[in-house]
Design a protein around this ligand. Structure first.
Ligand code: 2PG
Ligand code: MG
Length: 430
């Protein structure tokens, strides 16, 4: 037993210099945990509400003092008054959902609620003397999620376009993906080598090689296909083979360039219809060994999603991010409609660890792939790496293998991989 004695919160900065919520949780056995929530830029319309102050005199209206106050004055004291044990994750999350009482957590804020949900999970793991990923695996088991605890395959976002880049690429993220036959640690080394090669190649071309929000390069290229060519070029300079050792992928984030029923990107002079865009993706898939295609169509194009899944779903993970918003009802609808075959999981889209696990359970039962993701605005908190390992995700998406807030998570996955290996050894001394 470890009863929650105190919960308190403060405003800190994320990797974009935007305020976010950090919350601490103290148990009666002296354990203290701290967790901070991330924040998106290309947020889907169906995400829970991230409460911001809208006070123009502070941080351009982006302060989070209201959310912090909701933790310090409302959620925290109420939880403490109930004498919850920290391991009662599901009950605590349900209690907060009830206190908020809205469909999208707009009363108290999903950032306030998730900050407690994450801090409680961390405190419970610490007080049970368990590694966080093992504790998460326990929670997943309680939800009957069939999970192999491991360090998942990384999707390295090497080039940042869309809302995360310099404004000259329409597609948001260009992934390099190590083959599943590689260990995570080898995959990270390969990702890092390719990242360095891309940087050198861009320099030689005289292209801009500064980086975007997720640590990937934000070069001054002409088309989205040029960006894929840059990846191919760098892979060719290694001993790895595209389509065997390495695959490519995209987070198109198509809602961001959809208007008047058309999709406009710089690769083609005329805008795409839904059907012609699907054919274009098929062409890209043939040319570039795409293994993952996230948000290829806008977030309400249900019929289009069904079509693209029919055309490409047997070869490619068709991933719903903005489409699904880590929301059980939308995942359910997508399963009924055969709209996709993979879900992007972002705890802050929904607002509690419990609801996030419920979405994973539903997706797994439908035979979908599970990808656990960071947000473009991050802190150095590596909770999400433990979470992804504990729920047995197929992939993780934590940005480029560069910049502190991204590398904190990839490095944590290396530790997790080696911990799992050590524990599997008969002579293990731990
Ligand atoms: C995405 C995410 C994370 P953001 O679209 O998948 O890469 O971006 O956090 O800005 O929504
Ligand atoms: Mg996305």
């Amino acid at each position: 037993m470890a009863i929650i004695k105190r919960i308190w919160s403060r405003e800190i900065l994320d990797s974009r210099s935007t305020p976010t919520v950090e919350t601490a949780c103290l148990l009666d056995n002296g354990v203290v945990s701290v967790y901070s929530v991330p924040s998106g830029a290309s947020t889907g319309s169906y995400e829970s509400l991230e409460l911001r102050d809208s006070d123009p005199n502070r941080f351009h209206g982006k302060g989070v003092l209201k959310a912090v106050n909701n933790v310090n004055q409302v959620l925290g004291p109420q939880i403490v008054s109930k004498n919850f044990d920290a391991t009662n994750q599901f009950e605590i999350d349900q209690f907060m959902i009830k206190l908020d009482g809205t469909e999208n957590k707009s009363k108290l804020g999903a950032n306030a609620i998730l900050s407690i949900s994450g801090a409680v999970a961390k405190a419970a793991a610490l007080s049970s003397a368990m590694q966080l990923f093992e504790y998460i695996a326990d929670l997943a088991r309680k939800k009957q999620i069939l999970a192999t605890v491991h360090a998942p395959i990384p999707l390295f976002n090497m080039i940042n376009g869309g809302l995360h880049g310099a404004g000259n690429l329409d597609f948001q993220e260009f992934f390099v993906i190590p083959a599943s036959s590689k260990s995570f640690t080898d995959g990270l080394r390969i990702g890092s080598e390719i990242y360095m090669s891309i940087g050198n190649n861009l320099k030689h071309r005289g292209a801009i090689h500064s980086v975007g929000d997720e640590g990937g390069y934000a070069p001054n290229l002409f088309t989205n296909a040029d960006a894929l060519e840059i990846l191919v070029e760098a892979i060719r300079q290694t001993t790895y083979q595209l389509g065997r050792d390495i695959f490519l992928g995209l987070d198109v984030a198509a809602s961001t360039f959809f208007a008047d029923n058309m999709y406009t990107i710089r690769d083609k002079s005329a805008p795409f219809t839904e059907d012609s865009l699907i054919m274009y993706y098929k062409e890209l898939q043939n040319n570039y060994h795409l293994a993952v295609l996230e948000d290829p169509l806008h977030e309400d194009a249900w019929e289009g999603w069904r079509k693209i899944s029919e055309v490409l779903g047997s070869q490619v993970a068709i991933v719903g991010d903005d489409l699904l918003a880590t929301n059980l009802k939308r995942v359910d609808k997508a399963i009924q409609n055969r709209a996709c075959n993979a879900v992007l999981i972002k705890p802050n889209q929904i607002g509690t660890i419990t609801e996030t696990l419920d979405v994973i359970k539903k997706a797994r039962d439908a035979g979908w792939k599970v990808i656990v993701s960071h947000r473009s605005g991050e802190t150095n908190d590596s909770f999400i790496a433990d979470f992804a390992s504990g729920v047995g995700a197929d992939y993780v998406k934590f940005g480029a293998p560069a910049r502190g807030e991204r590398v904190a998570k990839y490095n944590r996955l290396m530790s997790i991989e080696s911990e799992i290996y050590l524990k599997s050894q008969p002579q293990a001394q731990r």
